[in-house]
Design a protein around this ligand. Structure first.
Ligand code: SAM
Length: 278
């Protein structure tokens, strides 16, 4: 195999969701690197690929700065290095970015062997428009920051795609209902490609009520459909206006906030006047 960095996508559940090219690369690369070396070992075993005496090097967010020079040196010395994240596509809410950029900056050959990713799989199953979508990864944990982010994203005319943990799903759906409106359509995709795969569609209020009663388990992608017209809660609007008023006149704050949130200017202006005490 030619020297270089080979990013490979690995299954997100079903071990057979792996491409022939990725299997070839895992079979032939002289050095293997993985976010989680145990997961990659298991995958090699399932597919009958012997590691042999090839090095298997851990590369993740916490040791990237130390492990990167070793991987780059291997490529510079003429070796092929395959990198896999724990599951799915490297760099999609996973490590790999710094490694790829460093390889490119060093003028080394680098390529990607595409394959599974939970975000694409969820989009194909959600029953929401896919002509335009925005992948936003994980939302902040704290409710205030989460609502602010949802407020900003809510105005984007596209299907929104989020990764979420089962512990936070209920709170996230309740915040989304408050910020984006009860009627906005959404889909929760759980355990994709696995035995208990589930796709549940409904309005944000229906989904919040369901998962409030039935706590979810497993891995989750939440997709939120495009709003008919941007619906933004008064709390979010007020927060944005207060921040804008720190540096702007009422008129400029109204322009800036209505553009940022994608809402009509008039109600923003009226609220800004009230908050500014005019
Ligand atoms: N790189 C991966 C990819 O390409 O999808 C994502 C890694 S990210 C750290 C892990 C998150 O992806 C999980 O918390 C979950 O939100 C989502 N995810 C991964 N596998 C999934 C699955 N089988 N079903 C639903 N969501 C999944």
């Amino acid at each position: 195999m030619a020297p270089g960095l080979y990013l490979v996508a690995t299954p997100i559940g079903n071990a057979r969701d792996i491409t022939l090219r990725t299997l070839d690369i895992l079979q032939q690369a002289e050095v293997l690197a993985a976010e989680d070396t145990r997961s990659l070992r298991r995958l090699l075993e399932i597919h009958g690929i012997a590691l042999g005496d090839r090095p298997l090097i851990a590369y993740h967010d916490h040791n990237g700065a130390r492990a990167r020079p070793r991987l780059l040196a291997a490529i510079e010395a003429g070796q092929s290095v395959a990198y896999a994240s724990e599951a799915g596509t490297p760099m999609i809410s996973d490590p790999g970015f710094d490694l790829m950029r460093a390889a490119q900056e060093a003028g080394l050959a680098a390529t990607s062997a595409p394959g599974p990713s939970a975000m694409v799989t969820a989009l194909t199953l959600a029953g929401l428009p896919t002509d335009r979508f925005l992948f936003a990864g994980f939302l902040p944990n704290a409710s205030g920051a989460r609502k602010r982010t949802l407020g900003e994203l809510g105005a984007v005319p596209a299907t929104l795609v989020f990764y979420e943990s089962p512990k936070r799903l209920d709170g996230m759906l309740r915040d989304a209902e408050e910020v984006l409106g009860a009627e906005r359509q959404a889909t929760v995709c759980r355990e994709l490609t696995k035995k208990f795969e589930e796709v549940r569609r409904g309005s944000l209020s229906e989904l919040a009520a369901f998962y409030g009663q039935n706590p979810a388990k497993g891995e989750i992608v939440v997709l939120i459909g495009k709003g008919e017209a941007a619906v933004v809660s008064e709390t979010v609007m007020e927060d944005e206006i207060r921040t804008a008023l720190e540096t702007m006149s009422v008129r400029d704050a109204a322009d800036s906030v209505s553009a940022k949130l994608g809402v009509k200017r008039r109600p923003v202006y009226q609220l800004a006047m009230k908050l500014a005490g005019q």
